[in-house]
Ligand binder design. Structure first.
Ligand SMILES: *Cc1c(COP(=O)(O)O)cnc(C)c1O
Length: 351
């Protein structure tokens, strides 16, 4: 039987077992290495990155590269596409990616075909002649779930590359490489590291030629993580399944309560995971006031940490106009669920 991810998260990326050898990989703080080895220089590799890469790779089922942020990881994927390459991507997703894709499209760097990922056939129709299909599922913050099995199979049939942003679902819910995707990406900043103290990204693949191109992109664009940040992320990863399962259990309990609250008009939740997006029965200003009225839930962007966070996504001018003004994205942490519900109730009572 295959080892469970709960075990892999704890065991992967450890130094080999030797008497008095450390249980944990050391933080290798060096910019250069003695000549004659495989790494050579600190922009090409680092033993602390490798330990984290081994652990994320074991969870996703592929060889992994870590980057300085999730955006750096995504940028590496787009950087290896030829100028003007057609890319199929969701018309709704993480705002930073939308900004990047729109700017690439406007400048002619890429020809981006924006699609509604809920309409599987329209996504397949847009694939003709494309170089890459980039899927985020569930999407941030709309929580739309794409039919990955069908879409990946369709792309493979046409010989088109597929990349999946797996930040929200995590390998505990889905492993896109096992479904045939070429690349799986993470904002390691979120659930994998899990303590809101580090920014990092990752790409995993089973294609060695692709891995080499992505490695070259990281080396020569210089989008490398710090060794200490990599160590922090690996430390966080050890408890990722514990944290994710607890946050998910809390989220599932909160979804039921939110759905029957008189001041909430709509609750979006894909049935798994720790992110809930809900809409307040009120104006943008009132919604903003709710976010500012919590005592326990921090009013802050980002997600996937042990601490619950929420925000009105449209407070960011770059957020898509398709996201309602009254939408609050709640990242459910590991606090006691009764304390979270009390806090949500009090904040909603402020309007
Ligand atoms: C946060 C996020 C990113 C960007 O990652 P950073 O680590 O902030 O650069 C990409 N995709 C999704 C789905 C995210 O939530």
């Amino acid at each position: 039987m295959d080892q469970h991810p709960e075990t892999t998260a704890i065991t992967a990326g450890r130094p080999s077992l030797t008497p008095d050898g450390a249980l944990n990989p050391p933080v290798v703080l060096t910019s250069t290495f003695h000549a004659g080895g495989e790494i050579g220089y600190g922009r090409y590799g680092n033993q602390t990155w490798s330990a984290l890469e081994e652990a994320i790779g074991a969870l996703e089922g592929g060889s992994t590269l870590v980057f300085s942020s999730g955006m750096a990881a995504i940028s590496a994927v787009f950087s290896i596409l030829p100028v003007g390459a057609p890319v199929v991507a969701s018309n709704q997703g993480y705002s930073g990616v939308m900004v990047l894709l729109n700017s690439f499209h406007e400048s002619g760097r890429l020809e981006v075909r924006f699609v509604d990922v809920l309409d599987t056939q329209s996504v397949i129709d847009a694939m003709k002649g494309a170089a890459l299909v980039w899927l985020e599922s569930p999407t941030n913050p709309g929580l739309d779930v794409a039919d990955l099995t069908t879409l990946i199979a369709a792309a493979k049939k046409l010989g088109i590359g597929v990349g999946v942003d797996n930040t929200f679902a995590t390998p505990l819910v889905q492993t896109p490489l096992s479904m045939g995707a070429d690349i799986v990406m993470h904002s390691v900043t979120k659930f994998l590291s899990g303590h809101s103290d580090v920014l990092m990204g990752s790409l995993s693949t089973n294609d060695s030629a692709l891995l080499k191109r992505l490695h070259d992109s990281r080396s020569f664009n210089g989008s490398i993580p710090g060794p200490f940040e990599s160590w922090l992320a690996l430390r966080g990863l050890r408890t990722f399944p514990l944290r994710f399962n607890k946050s998910q259990e809390n989220a599932q309990a909160l979804v039921t309560k939110l759905g029957s609250h008189p001041k909430i008009t709509r609750v979006r939740y894909p049935g798994f995971g720790a992110i809930i997006s809900f809409e307040v029965d009120g104006t943008a200003e009132q919604t903003q006031k709710v976010c500012e009225s919590s005592k326990l839930i921090a009013h802050a962007t980002s997600l996937g940490g042990v601490e619950s966070l929420w925000e009105r996504r449209r407070r960011w001018p770059m957020e898509s106009a398709s996201v309602p003004e009254q939408l609050i994205r709640l990242s459910v942490g590991c606090e006691h669920v009764d304390d979270l519900w009390n806090d949500i109730n009090l904040a909603l009572a402020s309007i």
